[in-house]
Write a protein that binds this ligand. Structure first.
Ligand SMILES: NC(=O)c1ccc[n+]([C@@H]2O[C@H](COP(=O)([O-])OP(=O)(O)OC[C@H]3O[C@@H](n4cnc5c(N)ncnc54)[C@H](OP(=O)(O)O)[C@@H]3O)[C@@H](O)[C@H]2O)c1
Length: 231
C-alpha cells in the first residue's frame, strides 16, 4: 500500500480490554489498520504486538474525558496512517453503587464525562476526517439505553448515548458518513468485577460492529440491539 492509497483505518476508544479489544482484533483481521486508544499503555502495547506491530496498529494513551488528549489521538492517527475510515466510540464504565439515593457522585461524574462527554468528543473530533473519507462512526450504547432500570445512573448515561446516536444520524444526512448505535445486553468483560454467566462474549459485539461497517456504501445500519439468549 502506498501513501497515495493507504489502507483503511479503524480508530477505537476503550481498546485496551473487552469489546474494544475484541473489535480491534476483528478489524485487523478484516484488513484495517487500527488505532487503539485507552489509558492503559501496557495493555495497548501488548495488543499492538499481537496484531502485527507498528505497521498494523498504533497505540495512543488517551483519557477520553480530555479534549486535548482526544485531539492528540486523532492527530496521531492521521500522522501515522493518513486516514480514518471507521470509529468506534466505545470507552465507558459502569456504576460502583446501585441507585440514585445510594449512588456515588464521584462515580457519576466519571460515567457522565466518559460515557457521554467522551463519546461526543470522539465523534466531534473524528467527523471532519470521516466526511473526507465518507466513513463510519459507531457509538457503543447499551440495552440499558433503551429500557427502564430502577435508579440506574449508568443507564441514564446510555440513554444519553442513544439520543446522541439518533441525533447524530440526522446531522449526518447528506454527508455520506454512516452512523451506527451498537446496543449490547450483558457482555462478559472486565466491565464486571467477576465473570458473568449467560452473557454475550466481547467477540459477539465485535461481530455486530463488523457487520455494520462491511455493508455496501448505500446501506446505513442505524442501530443494532444484541442480547444474550439467556437474558
Ligand atoms: N459489558 C457489558 O455488559 C456492556 C453492555 C453494554 C454496553 N457496554 C459498554 O461497552 C463499552 C465497553 O465496555 P466493556 O464491556 O468492553 O468493558 P471494559 O473491558 O471495562 O472496557 C472499557 C474500556 O474503556 C476504557 N476506558 C474507560 N475509561 C476511559 C477513559 N476515561 N479514557 C479512555 N478509555 C477509557 C478502558 O480502558 P482503560 O482503563 O485502559 O482506559 C477499557 O478499554 C462501554 O461503553 C460499556 O458501557 C458494556
Amino acid at each position: 500500500m502506498t501513501d497515495a492509497n493507504p489502507a483503511k483505518t479503524f480508530l477505537i476508544t476503550g481498546a485496551s480490554t473487552g469489546i474494544g479489544a475484541a473489535t480491534a482484533r476483528a478489524a485487523a483481521a478484516a484488513g484495517y489498520r487500527v488505532v487503539l486508544a485507552a489509558r492503559s499503555a501496557d495493555k495497548l502495547a501488548a495488543l499492538v504486538e499481537e496484531l502485527g506491530g507498528a505497521d498494523k496498529a498504533l497505540a495512543v494513551t488517551c483519557d477520553v474525558q480530555d479534549l486535548g488528549q482526544q485531539r492528540a489521538m486523532v492527530d496521531a492517527a492521521l500522522a501515522t496512517f493518513k486516514r480514518i475510515d471507521a470509529v468506534l466510540a466505545n470507552a465507558g464504565l459502569g456504576s460502583t453503587a446501585a441507585g440514585v439515593e445510594g449512588g456515588d457522585p464521584d462515580n457519576w461524574r466519571e460515567m457522565i464525562l466518559t460515557n457521554i462527554y467522551g463519546v461526543a468528543l470522539t465523534a466531534k473530533l473524528c467527523l471532519p476526517e470521516l466526511r473526507r473519507t465518507r466513513g463510519h462512526i459507531l457509538l457503543l450504547g447499551s440495552r440499558a439505553g433503551r429500557r427502564i432500570a430502577k435508579g440506574s445512573v449508568y443507564g441514564a448515561t446510555k440513554w444519553a448515548v442513544t439520543g446522541l446516536g439518533y441525533n447524530l444520524t440526522e446531522e449526518l444526512v447528506g454527508t455520506g458518513v454512516r452512523s451506527t448505535l451498537i446496543e449490547p445486553g450483558m457482555v462478559d468483560t472486565p466491565f464486571f468485577d467477576n465473570p458473568v454467566t449467560g452473557a454475550l462474549a466481547a467477540e459477539d459485539i465485535a461481530n455486530a460492529v463488523m457487520y455494520a461497517v462491511s455493508q455496501p456504501a448505500h446501506v446505513d445500519v442505524s442501530e443494532i440491539l444484541v442480547r444474550p439468549v439467556a437474558r
